[in-house]
Design a protein around this ligand. Sequence first.
Ligand code: GAR
Length: 199
Amino acid sequence: MNIGVLVSGQGTNLQALIDAQARGELAPATLALVISNKPGVPALSRAQAAGIPAVVVEHRGRDRVAFEDALLAELARHGVEAVVLAGFMRVLTSHFLDRYPLRIVNTHPSLLPAFPGVDASAQAVAHGVKLSGVTVHFVDASLDGGPIIAQVAVPVRPDDDAASLHARIQREEHRVLPEVVRRLAAGQLSCQGRLVRAE
Ligand code: GAR
């Protein structure tokens, strides 16, 4: 199954996918394309270094439909069958989502439904929770609200700030995201209502 990865920044989750593929742990998923909505970000260099086609589709200067059409055109051109949002910081509408039903997953650095949106680790520290973590979920038109595929809890330490907590959460998401992508490609995820089952 050809996978397209949408990124906006550092691309450490993309790197985890690349590394998993290199170890033979991603099959039957194949990384076919990386799209960044921002030029010059480290994620693009990571894709290029791994020999994965990488393109920039800027949201700037396009309205939402034109941006999503440009994304869809690149994905179609590269035969992409499923999409991973790996630190992609734009909200997608049903115009885009309807083209890949149950074929778009996102990784988010909190135990959803707590702390959706941006700066989830800062939100968790500010709220004083004792437990945060990572959620990988199917994407629907809600903000970080789609059916949950996998979660891993990460304890919050008394001396944590947003950066230290996020760093420990990222270690877990780098492990769980490739595993979810492999299962998705293998047809091992089914979804009834909000309930996702992994075979
Ligand atoms: C990741 O931790 C991801 O969970 C988060 O952005 C980071 C991107 O890191 N995504 C969100 O907050 C989405 N709401 P990366 O570019 O190094 O993979």
